[in-house]
Design a protein around this ligand. Structure first.
Ligand code: UD1
Length: 374
């Protein structure tokens, strides 16, 4: 069975946790690397934080991720409810079948909940994508990042700023490992396949002649004033260059509850699967987003990105990549978009270790370290 640990093996077993959409492209290459080796074993747990086919199962299919060994089916809820449900359910699993280590990725509620359950049971925790800081504690993810990093044994960073942030917070240097970006491992492994798809024809778009928009941060979509100001700028850009807007479920319900169902004059579509979305990013004139991961993916692709936030936890996308921080002021967004449309965006370069080998570096560190502990 593809999802099961290698039964006869005495190799250390790492329990990998994924819960929400941005986790799936991060665990895929790590799981693949572990499954290709004899000196380490893996179990996959899906917390069920995201559960719609378009937010979850479609990513498993596209990326060839095996069925999870366990699905905790926690679903939606308040932050407290969701975090508590993962904590309670995963704790039981860790008691019944203790792994050698637990590996968590990113900064969602499932990340901190699983890390907390493990560390209290004396099971060491590896955090992939450690050290990112937006400097904004109003972001739920920032709290998840700080807490997860504080209790992790291995902190795997994607950019050097992460190492500096962790050292400033007093994390011992020997726990910090700069390994690069697993999400870019997945991007590089799938780009060619994605480019062969008929996504642009399906949406009747021409290469370099459309914008791609995602919006789901609570600070942008839960406040009707912010949301309608954003839409006023985006609709003006759409009049020049059509904007395709795959709409997150949170945003769709905000539009119907906060804006009285008045939909923006953009091309709103359902959430799009990994490969089609990658193809759309690779061919877009510009991408507008409040996502963290998309800032990195556009930098890796060389596609201009406008980030509709006041801060970013991924500063290398600004200093080396194609990202520009625009905030939520309509005039600023409009001016930045016009510049890209008229004269082209920043070219940028691919950051250090965003080279498709991050997962291998991570698993090498873990195996060596677990062997030394055995
Ligand atoms: C979560 C993460 C965020 C990440 C985002 C990517 C936290 C704190 N936030 O935010 O960091 O960028 O995922 O999507 O963990 N819903 C569905 N179907 C689903 C999942 C959610 O309809 O499969 C709806 C529900 O109404 C739910 C809402 O979306 O209440 C929000 O889902 P939730 O997991 O709470 O947070 P996200 O906004 O998705």
């Amino acid at each position: 069975m593809p999802g099961s640990p290698k039964s006869s093996s005495s190799a250390p077993r790492i329990l990998i946790v994924a819960g929400a959409r941005p986790n799936f492209m991060k665990i895929a290459p790590i799981l693949k690397e572990i499954r290709s080796r004899d000196d380490v074993d893996a179990t996959l747990v899906h917390t069920g934080q995201h559960y719609d086919d378009r937010m979850s199962a479609s990513f498993f299919r596209a990326l060839g991720i095996p069925e999870p060994d366990h699905n905790l089916s926690v679903g939606s809820g308040t932050h407290g409810e969701q975090t508590a449900a993962v904590l309670t359910k995963i704790e039981r699993l860790l008691i019944d079948e203790p792994p050698a280590a637990v590996l968590v990725v990113g900064d969602v509620n499932s990340t901190i909940a699983a890390a907390l359950a493990a560390v209290k049971l004396g099971i060491p925790v590896a955090h992939v994508e450690a050290g990112l800081r937006a400097g904004d504690r109003a972001m739920p993810e920032e709290i998840n990042r700080i807490l997860t990093d504080a209790i992790s044994d291995w902190l795997f960073t994607t950019e050097r700023s992460g190492d500096e942030n962790l050292q400033r917070e007093g994390i011992p240097a020997e726990r910090i490992h700069f390994v690069g970006n697993v999400m870019i491992d997945t991007l590089m492994a799938n780009l060619e396949r994605a480019r062969e798809l008929s996504t642009l024809e399906d949406f009747e778009l021409e290469p370099q002649a459309y914008g791609l928009l995602t919006l789901h941060r609570p600070s942008n979509v839960d406040d009707p004033t912010v949301l309608s100001r954003l839409f006023s700028a985006l609709e003006k850009i759409h009049a020049d260059v059509p904007i395709l807007f795959p709409t997150h479920p949170r945003t769709r319900s905000a539009i119907s509850s906060l804006l009285g169902g008045e939909t923006p004059a953009l091309r709103m579509v359902e959430p799009i699967g990994y490969l089609d979305f990658l193809n759309l990013m690779a061919n877009a004139r510009l991408v507008l987003t409040d996502s963290g991961g998309i800032q990195e993916e556009t930098t890796a692709l060389g596609t201009p990105c406008l980030t509709l936030r006041e801060n970013t936890e991924r500063p290398i996308t600004l200093t080396e990549g194609t990202n520009v921080l625009c905030g939520t002021d309509p005039d600023r967004i409009l001016a930045a978009a016009r510049e890209i449309i008229d004269v082209g965006g920043r070219k940028g370069s691919r950051p250090e270790f965003w080279d498709g080998q991050a997962s291998k570096r991570i698993v090498d560190v873990l195996v060596e370290s677990l062997e030394a502990r055995a």
